[in-house]
Unconditional design. Structure first.
Length: 84
């Protein structure tokens, strides 16, 4: 009985650890469609939210040279990948 309880405990710890590790990874995409100056430019993408109290890390960015944006409480906008 004790051996069974230990195995169950180890299994549950592994399940929780794997769930936490997979929940920490998010992918997003976005693109900028340029239009006439001040008229019809568009930002398209799949937004995602980092909950309060959680630290988010950008691990990689692919950029075609037109820049990218990050919007948050400080409304930060990066014009080029080198500024991030």
């Amino acid at each position: 009985m004790r051996k069974r309880s230990i195995l169950l405990f180890v299994f549950l710890v592994l399940v929780i650890a794997v769930t936490a590790a997979s929940a920490a990874s998010v992918k997003g995409w976005g693109e900028q469609v340029r239009g006439s100056a001040g008229m019809n430019a568009q930002l398209r993408g799949d937004p995602f939210t980092v909950p309060n109290g959680v630290v988010g890390t950008i691990s990689s960015v692919n950029c075609d040279g037109n820049g990218f944006w990050i919007q948050g409480s400080a409304h930060l906008v990066f014009n080029s990948a080198s500024q991030a």
